[in-house]
Design a protein around this ligand. Structure first.
Ligand code: PEP
Length: 250
């Protein structure tokens, strides 16, 4: 059985004191095991404070991005090795905002996935079609390509890998996918994972992301092939995020 994973992607929000206040509230709410894996993705600046606060608490920590090279002349970048050092467990790889706003291509995303695995971190590989691709009936073609190239460099079993299916047009727009479309895509992703990784593919969790809110979360989190959610805007408030986490309880 796959334990659902619900993750809060704060994007470029929250100072360190704001991150602390949020996490103190979340820790209060997360006192008992919700039967759901809960992960927060603060900005790099708040990771050390978050790691200290979350010690011994059933809330995991992730980095929103990481450079695949361990060290080097990459001004402004933070490496997988550096975030691993902070007690981070997950790394987002290929979020659509990184692809669109920072020009990341599938090859770079694949290197990030591989580097994360090499450092014992669990990559969350984000895939999803653009609106034009969906309208043209080419949504699966886009996702298939991102899976192929994002996971191409992986050798052996991808320990801890999670796939986040996030249609680009649903991110931050308030317009979520139709649950039936999310289920269809999650099912195709699962079949792809089984073909690529055999039985291990069955254990890999597939999240849905894109305008998930407390009032629509259950529609997605009760789908048979959706094993959690990656939440942006609605995760910025700990109570709203916790309401989404509760919707994932099975
Ligand atoms: C995201 O950033 O991954 C995301 C899904 O954002 P939102 O929930 O705001 O659409």
């Amino acid at each position: 059985m796959r334990i659902p994973i619900v993750a809060a992607n704060w994007k470029m929000h929250k100072t360190v004191p704001e991150a602390r206040a949020y996490l103190e509230r979340l820790i209060g709410l997360a006192g008992r095991d919700p039967g759901v894996e809960v992960v927060v993705f603060p900005s790099f600046t708040a990771l050390p404070a978050a790691a200290a606060l979350l010690e011994g608490v059933p809330v995991g920590l992730g980095a929103q991005d990481a450079h695949p090279e361990p060290a080097g002349a990459y001004t402004g970048a933070v490496s997988v090795a550096q975030v691993a050092d902070l007690g981070v467990r997950y790394v987002l790889c290929g979020h659509s905002e990184r692809r669109k706003l920072f020009g990341e291509d599938d090859a770079l995303v694949g290197r990030k996935v591989r580097a994360a695995l090499e450092y014992g971190l669990a990559p969350i590989l984000c895939v999803g079609e653009a609106l034009e691709e969906r309208r043209a009936g080419r949504a699966w073609e886009a996702v298939d390509r991102q899976l192929d190239r994002g996971l191409g460099p992986v050798e052996g079993d991808p320990d801890g890998l999670v796939i986040a299916y996030e249609p680009v047009w649903a991110i931050g727009t308030g317009v979520a996918a139709q649950p039936a479309d999310a289920q269809e895509m999650a099912d195709r992703i699962r079949r792809w994972l089984r073909e690529r990784f055999g039985a291990v593919g069955d254990a890999i969790r597939v999240q849905y992301g894109g305008s998930v809110k407390p009032d629509n979360a259950r529609e997605f989190l009760s789908l048979p092939d959706v094993d959690g959610a990656l939440v942006g805007g609605a995760s910025l408030d700990p109570d709203a995020f916790w309401a989404i986490v509760q919707s994932a309880r099975r």
